[in-house]
Write a protein that binds this ligand. Structure first.
Ligand SMILES: Cc1ncc(C[n+]2csc(CCOP(=O)(O)OP(=O)(O)O)c2C)c(N)n1
Ligand code: SF4
Length: 243
């Protein structure tokens, strides 16, 4: 079973989460583990993780796991799929890894309709390195490198919307938020099933908490995510219910 090892009620080999208290990664990974178990793909899944806080998931599951240089997860995931066409490839990364240093790989994978699933965690900043501004930083949002607020008055980078413009017919593209775990589960499951059906590229962006670098308490973190949800619309953008 692809059990999250932190879930102490599930397994005697459970161990503590590597993530900060209140981090959204734990919610996402718990649901991803459920998707993998429910689809019974534990034995054929390769979990590919980026540099960034996503790498803290390196021993989260009892499945084959591969970790890359920052931003290179999509490219290596494509290679894994081409070398192992029967494997289910899950690429897991942050918004800095996917939308800054790794954007070219993401665009080409989508444009070529590579049959992989990319799960991108958007917390509007580079978290592991301390909270720097990212392509997803919202207008006037304060970060460690923009303490007086992000200077841009323009919209931040809208990854799913951009990718949907170049995606093939069979692609699945969606955005959800950790405040709705059932929707996180549902969209990730749709994305993986899209790959299992051989339809091509699937992508889910997930708006997520980073209370450590947002410097927020629990209530403020929930308010911060509510603000994000007003900027980044949730829903299935291509495939799924939009079919
Ligand atoms: C090639 C390369 N450039 C820069 C870094 C430094 N670095 C490590 S993690 C990180 C930011 C990660 O941010 P993000 O991808 O958004 O993931 P998060 O930590 O927010 O989950 C950076 C810039 C690196 N490790 N390798
Ligand atoms: S720094 Fe932020 S994203 Fe990273 S583990 Fe802590 S709360 Fe999560």
């Amino acid at each position: 079973m692809a059990q999250p090892r932190f879930a102490s009620s599930i397994k005697s080999s459970s161990k503590p989460s590597n993530f900060c208290p209140g981090c959204g990664h734990s919610i996402i990974l718990k649901n991803l583990g459920k998707v993998i178990s429910d689809l019974k793909i534990e034995k054929k899944t390769i979990f590919s993780i980026d540099i960034g806080c996503s790498l803290l998931a390196w021993d989260f599951f009892d499945i084959d796991t591969f970790q890359t240089h920052h931003g290179r997860t999509t490219a290596t995931a494509v290679g894994q799929k081409r070398g192992n066409p029967d494997a289910i490839i899950l690429a897991y990364m942050g918004d800095g890894g996917g939308y800054a240093i790794g954007l070219q790989n993401l665009i080409h994978a989508c444009y070529r309709n590579e049959n992989i699933t990319v799960i991108l965690v958007n917390n509007t900043i580079f978290s592991m390195t301390g909270g720097q501004m990212a392509p997803t930083t919202m207008p006037r949002e304060a970060t460690d490198t923009s303490p007086d607020g992000c200077f841009t008055e323009d919209a931040p980078f809208f990854g799913p919307e951009m990718l949907s413009n170049i995606a093939h017919e069979g692609a699945y593209i969606a955005r959800t938020a950790v405040s709705s775990p059932p929707q996180v589960y549902h969209y990730m499951k749709n994305a993986v099933e899209n790959q299992m059906d051989g339809k091509g590229f699937s992508f889910v962006e997930i708006l997520s908490y980073c209370p450590t670098n947002w410097k927020t308490n629990a209530k403020q973190a929930v308010d911060f995510l509510d603000k994000m949800k007003k900027v980044f619309p949730l829903g299935e953008i291509k495939g799924g219910a939009t079919k």
